[in-house]
Ligand binder design. Structure first.
Ligand code: ADP
Ligand code: ASP
Ligand code: MG
Length: 598
């Protein structure tokens, strides 16, 4: 008998009428012959209200007590849901995370699921109950209540679907499915029939709040078909599964992380181990860093810029000041730390960009035409992110959405009717068994690889004004150069730095373009790096597992290898090092990550 997990978000259970409507959906599914597990979020804005209450008592509530408080929201809604189903004449039982046996680690307010017991839920389902699980919560080894991070009920739902071998996980929410961008931000956004796990993982972690990104990690690891649909209509919604809607599309969606902050550290000694010194303490505090840009060292000093979520800026700055405290003592001129919390990250995501020329250029040109200044740029295989001032974020999303014609159905897109009835991959059972024994949400690395077929070019002294990146990458696209990684940051008003990698076979062509750029006065200096090595750690959920950065910086610092460039995505963490360090870097990273290769 098939099993479905149905998750109802806050707005879908915001009042008693909506709770009854959700109850009816579950009952209908049971009548259609499914065993039904519901996962329910706190009613409406209840969690926000609880956060606010805590804030009225203290600015720094202990994380353990925060979890005790926040978990009550879901306890209210599951009890009411069970009552609703009873009142309609059906059998239902509500269970907290602890009662189900959702075991997590002890990192309060951002706990990760280690294992889930299935016996009790399966027994209850066999007895004809609709089982209603409280979303977003679990218990640690000492029976402390933990929560999974805001929006975490999606993760509860997909994790339960994985361990229960559900046929489908349905996410009921307040929009009709996954759109090309947030439809509340951009009304012209288009509903997608299908989205691949990779794209959704990236979009979710770059700001598409419709899904908790960690839920997609589960989806991908365990092959759970996820259907996102509306609580308030009968539209089929969007399927999140292995394939995308139109695989060759360079960009299939865009997202915005409105509340970002940028930290720039100017004048750090350019020696191996600096990344470790700055970033490892941040990783240990579980602060996710993104858009990391380190410029080419001048006079033995380098500048480093990166972004953190705005609400973590204070903690991140404290960590950075601690990290540089002893370095700063004998560094003249002194190391400077600057920050800006009025910035937003706008990203374009698409599987097709991994193989196509000129995608970045198209995005930069459109932004330049709209006079939007790009303060930072970073790319990975399937995404391009730019940092802009917060007031330009919304116009930037609109421009990117238009530039890639996202409002139109792409040629060759699958239609709802063509989507096959989703099938779980055959080895899902094995994966569940294996990962239950180590920790379901533990880091999962696929492999560590070395690509020594590329070269890099760095431009320094690039002016801080709209259109510069567009001009440069337009020239490269015209010359048919395939650009892989791009990183750019403005360290001071005059001193921006822009680095990119190309296949070594195209290096001369790319260098000639860079030289022209200097001749045109768009940069002061071009620095060639004909022999670089790109080391790639690939896996699932690499950005959210801050452990990855920690292990990587530590391993390379121990081996005395300097990191020249890096970029991160949910599926890959790439670092560029000197060509001569490639083989050695590969060996030490393989050793560092060996334990996590699954
Ligand atoms: P729930 O309470 O059901 O979990 P959320 O508020 O967490 O709902 O997620 C749904 C919201 O996500 C939508 O109302 C929409 O504004 C936002 N959203 C952001 N990006 C997207 C996107 N690409 N597609 C659909 N919705 C999106
Ligand atoms: N109630 C929690 C929150 O608001 C979890 C969730 O809704 O997914 O973040
Ligand atoms: Mg949500």
């Amino acid at each position: 008998m098939s099993l479905v997990v149905q998750k109802f978000g806050g707005t879908s259970v915001a009042d008693c009428e909506k709770i009854l409507a959700a109850a009816r959906k579950a009952i209908r599914a049971q009548q259609d012959g499914h065993r039904v597990v519901m996962v329910v979020s706190a009613m409406g804005k209840n969690t926000d209200m609880l956060v606010d209450l805590a804030g009225q008592i203290t600015e720094t509530p202990p994380a353990r007590e925060m979890d005790m408080l926040l978990s009550t929201g879901e306890q209210v809604s599951v009890a009411l849901m069970a009552m609703a189903i009873h009142s309609l004449g059906y059998k239902a039982i509500s269970l907290t995370g602890g009662q189900i046996g959702i075991r997590t680690d002890s990192s309060h307010t951002k706990a990760r699921i280690r294992s889930i017991s299935t016996q009790r839920v399966l027994n209850l389902l066999d007895q004809g109950y609709i089982v209603i699980a409280a979303g977003f919560q679990g218990i640690d080894e000492d029976f402390n209540i933990t929560t999974l991070g805001r929006g975490g009920s999606d993760t509860t739902a997909v994790a339960l679907a994985a361990v229960l071998q559900a046929d489908q996980c349905e996410i009921y929410t307040d929009v009709d499915g996954v759109y090309t961008t947030d439809p509340r931000v951009l009304p012209e956004a288009r509903l997608c029939a299908q989205v691949s796990y990779e794209e959704m993982l990236e979009l979710a972690s770059l700001g598409a709040g419709v899904m908790h990104s960690r839920s997609i990690e589960f989806g991908k690891k365990f092959g759970v078909p996820i259907r996102v649909r509306s609580s308030f209509s009968d539209y089929p919604g969007s399927l999140i599964a292995a394939n995308s809607e139109a695989p060759n599309l360079p960009v299939s969606g865009c997202a915005m992380t409105k509340d970002e902050a940028r930290i720039t550290v100017i004048g750090v000694p350019d020696v191996p181990g600096v990344s470790r010194r700055l970033f490892q303490p941040l990783a240990e505090r579980k602060i996710t860093i993104d858009m990391v840009v380190q410029n080419v060292g001048m006079d033995g000093r380098a500048n480093v810029s990166f972004t953190v979520p705005r609400k973590e800026l204070k903690a991140a700055l404290k960590s950075v000041h601690e990290s540089i405290a002893d370095l700063a003592q004998d560094t003249h001129p002194p190391i400077e730390v600057h920050s800006d919390d009025q910035v937003s990250k706008v990203s374009a995501v698409g599987l097709g960009m991994a193989t196509q020329v000129g995608v970045a250029n198209r995005m930069f040109q459109a932004l330049a035409d709209a006079e939007i200044n790009l303060q930072m740029i970073t790319t990975s295989e399937i995404k391009i992110s730019v940092l802009v001032s917060r007031e330009q974020a919304l116009p930037a999303v609109r421009v990117v959405h238009q530039a890639f014609e996202l409002a139109q159905v792409p040629p060759g897109a699958v239609t709802e009717a063509q989507i096959p009835v989703a099938q779980k991959p055959v080895d899902a059972v094995d994966v569940v068994a294996r990962l239950q024994s180590v920790g379901m949400e533990d880091l999962m690395i696929h492999e560590v690889t070395l690509d020594d077929s590329q070269a890099a070019i760095a431009l320094t002294g690039v002016p801080n004004s709209p259109g510069v990146a567009a001009a440069i990458f337009q020239q490269l696209a015209r010359a048919d150069v395939f650009v892989d990684m791009i990183v750019q940051s403005y360290f001071t008003d005059e001193n921006a730095n822009l680095t990119w990698t190309v296949p070594r076979s195209q290096w001369e062509k790319a260098f000639a373009v860079a030289q022209q750029v200097v001749d045109l006065g768009l940069a002061n200096h071009v620095q060639p790096y004909p022999t670089i090595a790109k080391l790639c750690v690939s896996g699932i959920g690499l950005r959210s597992h801050t452990l990855v950065g920690s292990l990587l910086f530590e391993a390379l610092a121990e081996a005395n290898i300097n990191i020249r460039m890096m970029n991160t995505s949910e599926m890959r963490f790439n670092v560029v090092v000197d060509g001569r360090d490639g083989e050695r870097g590969l060996r030490c990273l393989r050793e560092a990550f060996g334990h996590y290769v699954r």
